[in-house]
Design a protein. Structure first.
Length: 465
């Protein structure tokens, strides 16, 4: 689309602000219309806050499982409560960090000459956006290209309406004054598993209610099995094949009802049952933007919608609810719209992490792809407890799994289950992105001792003489 000079972006999350930076770099006149704050829910109520909370949970886990390393805390077994968490202080830090990160994002974007408008944006045709400010004033913004990056919000069951005190969404846990004594987490996907893991470490007695046979049904089955085993060993109650249909407050807590009539009592309930795209009242269908199942915006691999000149990025598209994917979609949209070199979005190279303890990180081809015959690949799995550094650190749970094509031995995927797996997966992501062979990975020096040494060892085991 040559000659584009005016770009209007609705939403200031990762998809929106990264798109704004690219558009500004390419010389466009850029306006961002945002209602929630720079960084969107990712920075203010979701990814940044949750991972900050999880950082405290990691410290608690290390303290709780440090006896094997010879660490003695306080009075030892006679003083089991010597390490505790002040959740009010933790949450104050969480919210302060989120606000600081949001300010950093806005300063960065405005520093590149982008205009930031606080308010609600609505399409009025494919080339015009009406911005309604917080004070009620309206402004019409004409655009050569529009990017819709309005995000998503937690799904709410009408029979389990959150009150922000006892029945909570994941956006509301940062107002809790103390660690819940008995927390019922409904939903065993990524969000449910992460919060169940974190609050278990912080001192809650957690019950995880899963409608599926196992936790993390969308993840590598070997990884999910390891994590569920860890959960149970640490005292978590995991209820598989148990669908929650309602949650209500009682005199001193909550009562969660399952579809078979059983009930689960707790002091608090966290609902983690999916996300709903923020696509209502944005003027999308009226402007020719087609919505798919669930109300998500339909886009192609360069982020175009069905309306000429209108692109979309992030959670509102339902492509892959990750900040990194949202950011890439936003960049790709502006590269394409402004005529720069661009490659279509390739989900086969996306790396992702479940921030539980241990973490689960994945990239590329999955076990399901191999089992279903969608790709002819072979794999090797190395238990973490065979790694020298893992032994030194007292790590027992986890593994490294590597997939390569059966013929060429090109690395096409991997799974890492370990503490800080989110960092360890990066070499595998590079290998997948650059189409390295297992021999090229194996012949690269690693530090001894290191957890990353297991990545090279897995590659060596996939060598064909």
């Amino acid at each position: 689309m040559p000659g584009v000079t005016r770009a209007v972006i609705i939403g200031g999350g990762p998809g929106g602000y990264e798109a704004a930076l690219v558009a500004a770099q390419l010389g466009a006149e850029v306006t961002v219309v945002d209602r929630d704050g720079a960084g969107g829910s990712c920075v203010l109520t979701d990814c940044v806050p949750s991972k900050t909370l999880i950082a405290t949970a990691e410290v608690m886990t290390m303290a709780a499982e440090s006896a094997e390393l010879g660490v003695r805390l306080g009075g030892g077994a006679a003083s089991p409560d010597v390490v505790s968490v002040d959740l009010a202080a933790v949450n104050a830090r969480v919210k302060a960090l989120a606000r600081a990160q949001s300010l950093d994002v806005r300063d960065r974007v405005e520093g590149e000459g982008v205009r930031w408008v606080e308010g609600v944006g609505r399409l009025d045709g494919p080339a015009s956006v009406v911005a309604s400010g917080t004070a009620g004033a309206q402004e019409r913004l004409e655009a050569d290209v529009v990017l819709v990056a309005t995000g998503a919000h937690p799904r709410v069951l009408p029979t389990a309406v959150p009150d922000g005190e006892r029945i909570l969404t994941w956006e509301q846990v940062y107002d809790l004054p103390a660690v819940p004594e008995r927390l019922v987490v409904v939903g065993s996907g990524v969000t449910g598993a992460e919060f169940a893991s974190a609050f278990q470490a912080l001192g809650s007695r957690v019950t995880l209610v899963s409608s599926r046979e196992r936790v993390l049904p969308g993840e590598d089955p070997d990884a999910a099995e390891v994590l569920e085993g860890v959960f149970r060993r640490r005292g978590m109650a995991v209820l598989g094949r148990s669908r929650a249909v309602a949650a209500r407050r009682t005199a001193d807590g909550v009562l969660v009802t399952l579809d078979d009539g059983r009930t689960v009592e707790g002091s608090h309930c966290l609902m983690a049952v999916g996300s709903i795209p923020n696509t209502d009242a944005v003027g999308l269908p009226e402007s020719g933007v087609r919505l798919g199942p669930g109300g998500f915006v339909e886009v192609d691999r360069v982020s175009r919608t069905s309306a000429r000149g209108v692109y979309a990025a992030g959670d509102c598209t339902g492509v892959h609810l990750l900040a990194s994917v949202a950011a890439m979609q936003g960049r790709i949209a502006m590269w394409h719209a402004l005529g720069d070199a661009v490659a279509p979005l390739d989900l086969g190279t996306v790396s992702a992490t479940v921030f539980t303890e241990p973490e689960i990180a994945t990239v590329g081809v999955t076990q399901a792809d191999v089992d279903a015959g969608r790709i002819n690949a072979v794999s090797v799995k190395l238990p973490l407890d065979t790694n020298a550094r893992a032994k030194m650190q007292g790590l027992h749970d986890g593994f490294v799994k590597l997939f390569c094509r059966a013929g060429t031995r090109i690395v096409v995927g991997g799974v890492v289950v370990a503490p800080r797996a989110s960092e360890l997966v990066f070499p595998l992501a590079l290998a997948v992105e650059q189409r390295l062979t297992v021999d090229e990975v194996a012949q690269t020096f690693t530090v001894y001792p290191s957890l990353s040494g297991s990545l090279a060892e897995a590659a060596r085991r996939l060598h064909l003489p």
